[in-house]
Design a protein around this ligand. Structure first.
Ligand SMILES: Nc1nc2c([nH]c(=O)n2[C@@H]2O[C@H](COP(=O)(O)OP(=O)(O)OP(=O)(O)O)[C@@H](O)[C@H]2O)c(=O)[nH]1
Length: 141
């Protein structure tokens, strides 16, 4: 049976529309910051904990919006499937890497270039984020 890994992660978007992707130590694919949901932790609590551990950013609960629930083959664990709750965060402050993050990059999700992206990011998160971003405001204006 396929092993399921439950994670929570976030699209972090800069005012210019670029989105943060991270590469963990000893791995090659870039992905959204986040990680496994521990025990009874909620997805929201998990993503806030991971953003602090990986990027040293403290995020108010209300600053995170929910994007959706997606799954794909896990990037770093062969044969496993990642089952992800994805949030979004608008962030205008500098970000630096901590813990197991070896590299961070800001990419244009519409034109990520030749960077290696995890399947979840490439096939699900970026398309969902671009669809959300391009929706007209709720008041139609
Ligand atoms: N954080 C994150 N993990 C992802 C994404 N896409 C994806 O396939 N994964 C996979 O989901 C798994 C998450 O494990 P992790 O090692 O990052 O989780 P963690 O920070 O809780 O680490 P730990 O296992 O050392 O406690 C990895 O296999 C990772 O490759 C993504 O966009 N963000």
């Amino acid at each position: 049976m396929t092993r399921l890994i439950r994670i929570a992660a976030s699209v972090i978007a800069r005012p210019d529309g670029y989105v943060l992707v991270v590469r963990k130590r000893g791995t090659t694919a870039f992905m959204q910051p986040g990680g496994k949901i521990d025990g009874a932790e909620t997805a929201l609590a998990a993503v806030r904990r991971e953003l602090y551990e990986e990027l040293q950013i403290e995020v108010a609960e209300g600053a995170l919006d929910y994007l959706g629930h997606f799954s794909a083959l896990a990037a770093n664990e062969p044969g496993a499937t990642v089952d992800a709750e994805i949030f979004t965060l608008q962030w205008g402050e500098p970000v630096s890497s901590a813990a197991e993050i070896e590299e961070i990059r800001w990419v244009d999700p519409a034109i990520p270039g030749d960077i290696e992206l995890a399947a979840l990011t490439r096939d699900h998160i970026f398309p969902a984020w671009m669809a959300r971003r391009n929706l007209p405001p709720a008041d139609g204006g």
